[in-house]
Design a protein around this ligand. Structure first.
Ligand code: CP
Length: 327
């Protein structure tokens, strides 16, 4: 069990303790205040070098990691993979060794292969590696920002400061994760985070989009999406991942939407306090109707905004390690 991510790589949320998760969420709260300043910068990582290596497409994760690193005053090396020597056939190992020769403190890595972040952490054991999404495996900062957003909204509703609530707001919280579970690294990280924090998690998906090892997950599988909707305090929708072949796992997108899409008609049956979440990018009209994405209960843009303080917290804790002051 990992009891703190201080000074360590962050490859997965599996086996990260409730205390370690709360430490990240509380650290991120302190960085929300930095965002409200006129000069949105702190010197916490001044003189440190963070490489941003995205071997797979990204908008939210890449921009928020690079923003986070710059707000901490780190120097950011951003590799444009499409115009790099990767296109000439350079291996991942050689690419990492080349960048490491420039003097690195941390690597933020997105890669289509499950396990790529762990592999890189073995190539450069002196560098902190932060997994920004590897294949079907994990997307730890997405799991963290989802939990952070839920805690923030629930604390606001109760007139509390999020950090004074610790993990108490998750105790017994009912989270329903819906859609392309089998291909989703977000689902795996979300389940790890929510369960460690004390929530109950159910998953709903066509049988073809459930992983074969789902029985080993700490979740309940529900057959009837409509029944589960009214149970949920939080609904986490997942993108149908066509780049990983999801199209061949469902008879048609229309059938998926009919059985597991959050349509406007289904959204009308939700309890008013139920939160609607999606990690993005959204396939409007597939996982959810366009009007649903724009409801007040949909906190999708807030998830994106919270990517910056969460990634600041992760960079700060993993790279700066022991020093607790934000400055
Ligand atoms: N949620 C997420 O990882 O989005 P990007 O692929 O745009 O980074």
């Amino acid at each position: 069990m990992i009891d703190s991510i201080r000074g360590q790589s962050l490859l997965s949320l599996h086996d990260v303790s409730r205390e370690a998760l709360v430490e990240v969420l509380d650290t991120a709260e302190s960085f929300v205040e930095v965002h409200q300043r006129t000069i949105k910068k702190v010197p916490a990582l001044k003189g440190r070098v963070v490489a941003s290596l995205f071997f797979e497409e990204s908008t939210r994760t890449r921009l928020s990691f690079e923003t986070a690193a710059k707000r901490l005053s780190a120097d950011v090396l951003s590799l444009a993979v499409a115009s790099s020597s990767v296109k000439k056939g350079e291996s991942l190992r050689d690419t990492i060794a080349t960048i490491d020769a420039l003097g690195l403190d941390a690597v933020v890595l997105r890669h289509r292969s499950s396990g790529a972040a762990e592999q890189v952490s073995r190539f450069v054991p002196h560098v902190r590696v932060i997994n920004a999404g590897d294949g079907l495996h994990q997307h730890p900062t997405q799991g963290l920002l989802d939990a952070f957003t839920v805690r923030q909204v629930l604390a606001e509703r109760r007139g509390l400061t999020a950090s004074e609530t610790g993990a108490t707001l998750f105790d017994g919280l009912r989270v329903l994760i819906v859609g392309d579970i089998v291909h989703s690294r977000v689902a795996r990280s979300d389940v790890d985070a929510y369960v460690a924090l004390g929530a109950q998690v159910r998953v709903a998906a066509p049988g073809t989009l459930l992983p074969i090892d789902i029985e080993t997950w700490p979740v309940e599988v529900v057959e009837d999406f409509d029944e589960a909707l009214v149970w949920a305090d939080v609904i986490g929708l997942l993108r149908l991942q066509n780049e990983r072949g999801t199209g061949s796992f469902v008879p048609s997108l229309r059938e998926f939407t009919t059985t597991f899409g959050l349509t406007a008609a289904r959204a009308r049956r939700l309890r008013p306090e139920t939160l609607i979440m999606h990690p993005g990018p959204i396939n409007r009209g597939v996982e959810l109707d366009s009007v649903v994405a724009d409801l007040p209960a949909a906190i999708i843009e807030r998830q994106v905004s919270n990517g910056v303080p969460i990634r600041m917290a992760v960079l700060y804790l993993t790279v700066a390690g022991a020093n607790r002051e934000v400055a």
